[in-house]
Ligand binder design. Structure first.
Ligand code: KG4
Ligand code: ZN
Length: 332
């Protein structure tokens, strides 16, 4: 069964072709970073317009790379929410129209479920059950995943998402947008003990997280050290990153222990972070846990993960209807 997946929830226009739920035939991601860079964050209206421009070329490229014609597609899967409504509408409306024109079924997919499913795109996918830490620009949450279509939310951030904290911290240090990857790189050359930060929620509040306090602490430190800033940036980046990674890793392992589960997965845009990948692997191994961290191309927003989820729902006979709408806030 050949599924075309489409993703347009934020600032990436993406399309992918997946065969039988797991075999990747193509995955194309058009990033809008250069559009939003100068504004220091995603500008929703500009994002929608760019999606309109890119959706068709991206879909055509995904089909060409997969070596398929439109007539070879059996079904479509498209992100329905959560995300920016204007952005979601572009991919969602395109998918409805395309499926209607081709006379094939389609299904709307939850973006967060998509990220969780990126674990199944790994060459060694996890077995059920496993505990997944989803860390992205919009979400930070822990799930106990028991089947392809069911997961229990164990905890989540009470304020900022981890990726959002990375982006905001990068911004106050003048490192541009998006800042996660820049901090990752700079932190490698810094000493985390030079500018240490408190580990928010480390041993409290169950499996919930909080990142707005550490973001403010970095901001205060930056404002109070204007003269030494140039020299301190790598150390601040390292100190901030070490605190965030410590909390994320600690809670992931603790959540798996709480469910008597020895399998963990790390997914979402921040799962591209080198230090976080390293810590989850070493702490997981130290606790006799099997660790799945998908390849980088499936960590950030992509359509392969959307097609992978869509396959499981379509398999169960679930279909979208022309009257369905997108949703901006999460619903499970
Ligand atoms: O999953 P994603 O592509 O989009 C959302 O669904 O939010 O995640 C984007 C987030 C951004 O906040 C970005 O700064 C962060 O992932 N990110 C990183 C790294 N690469 C991307 N954060 C830390 N280290 C990285 N290497
Ligand atoms: Zn995402």
């Amino acid at each position: 069964m050949i599924i075309l997946g489409i993703e347009s929830s934020c600032d990436e226009t993406a399309a992918a072709v997946i065969e039988d739920g797991r075999r990747l035939r193509s995955s194309v991601v058009a990033s809008q970073v250069e559009v939003h860079h100068r504004y220091g964050g995603v500008v929703p209206e500009l994002a929608s317009r760019k999606h309109v421009e890119m959706i068709l070329p991206v879909v055509l490229e995904a089909q060409a790379k997969a070596g398929i014609q439109p007539a070879d597609i059996d079904a479509l899967a498209v992100t329905q929410g959560p995300g920016l409504v204007g952005s979601l509408l572009v991919g969602f409306s395109f998918a409805k129209g395309y499926a209607f024109g081709l006379g094939i079924p389609w299904v709307g997919v939850n973006h967060l479920e998509g990220h969780i499913h990126s674990a199944f795109l790994d060459p060694e996918p996890p077995e059920f059950p496993f505990v997944a830490l989803l860390v992205s620009g919009g979400h930070t949450a822990l799930y106990h995943v028991t089947s392809f279509t069911s997961a229990e939310l164990m905890g989540q951030t009470r304020d900022d998402a981890a990726g959002e904290a990375y982006d905001k911290v990068a911004k106050v240090m003048g490192l541009g947008y998006p800042g996660g990857a820049v901090i990752d790189r700079l932190a490698a050359g810094g000493d985390p003990s030079r500018v240490p930060f408190k580990r928010p929620f480390l041993d409290k509040n169950g499996f919930d997280f909080s990142f707005s306090g550490i973001k403010s602490a970095v901001n205060r430190f930056v404002q109070s050290h204007p003269d030494e800033l140039a020299d301190l940036v790598p150390h601040i980046a390292a100190g901030f990153q070490e605190a965030v990674v410590d909390v994320l890793t600690h809670k992931l392992v603790a959540a798996a222990r709480a469910r008597d589960c020895n399998r963990i997965a790390l997914v979402g845009g921040v799962a591209a972070n080198r230090r976080l990948r390293e810590r989850v692997r070493t702490d997981g191994a130290a606790n006799d846990m099997l660790v799945t961290i998908p390849p980088l191309e499936f960590c950030g927003d992509n359509a392969a993960m959307i097609a992978a989820v869509g396959y499981r729902y379509l398999e169960q006979g679930i279909r979208g209807a022309l009257g369905d709408d997108v949703y901006s806030r999460n619903r499970q």
